[in-house]
Design a protein around this ligand. Structure first.
Ligand code: CP3
Length: 346
């Protein structure tokens, strides 16, 4: 049976008349209606764990721009939180966690309350499944183990993930234990999201690009491969999009080794190279620079056209090369959405 959702058709490598689009971090602080809801909810985590608010906030960008996919409103760090790690989001500082950088701290993490803690997220997925338009696909997501581990070990975001890369060298077996726990937790978490109605899964590996080859294979490729194997043992046909940001020329190996259905490409990827070396392997999603979406104007419009011309023969999903940033003018998002919708395939 053919799926009537354009986004899913492209993930099945089918020909479509129009290019589907959505934007990473499409719900968030650049929208005044989001800021208003967050104020009412209390904090960002309260928003994530309140199905009423989370459903509403997920749908906000769709009401404005009619994307082809909705992405569950949550965060990749609810997984360590559900494993028992302390987490808070501080204004202007981002996430702050109590670092898990020694074996005894890893041993204290546990799956005991994991699903009970995440029950509101599962509820949000289930409600979204019922409420989104029947031509819109619902994306569930998680962070890939490496990226989640960088926050767990470092205790906050860092430009070079040094604490975590060092731990992977100095205490490899202990670090492997943490990654193994994340493989189990993430697999179960995503399977539950699918049970509740997520139709596509995206795995965010924001910090994969900083790993040298052998480490890239060990910490970015293998854990994702295992998660995909676990999910596919239950849901053989679920489309899974990988986002190994910064993988560069390693994208093709990542695709072949992990078994992802499609990849999200970051802003640095040359379009001609993507068309020649990645699109023959799988559907591609990407890769407008989020800062062009801030600056807008002719430069933004020209780049959108260039991406559409070079990758639009498909299989292709229009997206950004990383998430929308808070200072993005909503009217620029409207303009890009309009250009994509009007773009006629040759
Ligand atoms: O895309 C969506 O609209 C769905 C929701 C979503 C959020 N975070 C909401 C969010 C998704 C898919 C994420 C993924 C995420 N979270 C990643 C991977 C993708 C990427 O952007 O690299 C990472 C690394 C995180 C961790 C995280 N969450 C950080 C580092 C921060 C602080 C920096 C920032 O952008 O504020 C967050 C907070 C966060 N996650 C916000 C939102 C809407 C802002 C919270 C607020 O309202 O203050």
């Amino acid at each position: 049976m053919t799926n009537n959702k354009l986004f899913i058709q492209v993930l099945q490598s089918k020909q479509t008349d129009r290019i589907p689009f959505w934007y990473m971090r499409q719900a968030g602080r650049y929208l005044p209606e989001y800021m208003e809801r967050r104020k009412v909810a209390g904090s960002f985590l309260d928003l994530c764990y309140s199905p009423d608010f989370a459903v509403e906030v997920t749908l906000q960008p769709l009401t404005r721009y009619h994307m082809d996919a909705a992405i569950l409103f949550s965060d990749i760090l609810v997984v360590p939180h559900a494993l028992g790690q302390h987490l808070e989001f501080r204004q202007g500082e981002g996430p702050v966690l109590t670092p898990v950088d020694e074996e005894k701290k890893i041993d204290r993490l546990s799956m005991d309350k994991f699903h009970a803690h995440l029950a509101p997220v599962y509820e949000t997925v289930s409600r979204l499944h019922r409420e989104i338009p029947n031509t819109t696909a619902l994306i569930g997501f998680a962070g890939a183990p490496w990226t989640v581990a960088t926050y767990m070990v470092g205790g906050h975001g860092s430009p070079d993930q040094a604490a975590t890369r060092l731990m992977a060298f100095q205490q490899e077996e202990v670090f492997q234990k943490l990654i193994d726990l994340l493989i189990t937790a993430t697999s179960e978490y995503l399977i539950r999201q699918i049970e509740q109605g997520a139709e596509v899964i995206q795995l965010f590996d924001t910090w994969a690009g900083n790993l040298p080859d052998d480490q890239f294979y060990k910490w970015a490729v293998l854990p994702v491969k295992k998660i995909i194997r676990n999910i596919r043992a239950k849901y053989a046909d679920i489309p899974i999009i990988g986002f190994p940001r910064g993988a560069g020329c390693r994208y093709p190996d990542y695709i072949r080794e992990t078994g992802v259905t499609a990849v999200s490409i970051d802003t640095t990827m040359p379009l001609d190279w993507v068309r020649d070396h990645i699109q023959p392997l799988c559907p591609v999603q990407g890769n407008l620079d989020p800062l062009l979406l801030v600056s807008g104007g002719e430069k933004m419009e020209m780049r959108v056209h260039e991406i559409l011309t070079k990758l639009g023969d498909g299989p292709f999903i229009f997206n950004l090369g990383h998430g929308i940033v808070p200072q993005t003018p909503p009217e620029n998002v409207a303009r890009v959405s309009e250009i994509i919708r009007d773009y006629q395939k040759k």
